[in-house]
Design a protein around this ligand. Structure first.
Ligand code: AMP
Ligand code: ZN
Length: 117
């Protein structure tokens, strides 16, 4: 996907604030953070969303990366939320599978923004 911004981040073609990286995945800070910790964890290979045939080993690598990120950010004990948007109704804006990892404050009980009906 030559025009995909997250593929370019994964290839280090454009800069990002990397917090974790291995052969399979890269984790970097969101440009528009919604919480004190807001990190995106992505596979280096392009998949459109979580259900786009992502191999099991890649999903394991993503889970491992999330655990490393929350430890490094010091939010393993205080808590965090992991979200993956897929498609228009979820508001997905970057069509490269990514997990949002949010924490560092009380995120509230709701799963949806207060103004969504
Ligand atoms: P989503 O709405 O789930 O597709 O989330 C896409 C996220 O990517 C948003 O939270 C954006 O702020 C974030 N984002 C877009 N471009 C970049 C970038 N170059 N570096 C870091 N985060 C980005
Ligand atoms: Zn991509």
């Amino acid at each position: 996907m030559s025009d995909c911004i997250f593929c370019k981040i994964a290839n280090h073609e454009i800069p990002s604030n990397v917090v974790f990286e291995d052969d399979e995945v890269i984790a970097f800070r969101d440009l528009d953070p919604q919480a004190p910790t807001h990190v995106l964890v992505i596979p280096k290979k392009h998949y459109a969303n979580i259900c786009d045939g992502v191999p099991a080993e890649t999903l394991v690598a993503i889970t491992h990366a999330i655990s490393e990120v929350v430890k490094a950010e010091g939010i393993e004990e205080s808590g965090y939320r992991v979200i993956s948007n897929a498609g228009a109704d979820a508001g997905q804006t970057v069509m490269h599978f990514h997990m949002h990892v949010l924490g560092g404050k009380n995120l509230g009980m709701g799963l949806l923004p207060a103004d969504s009906e």
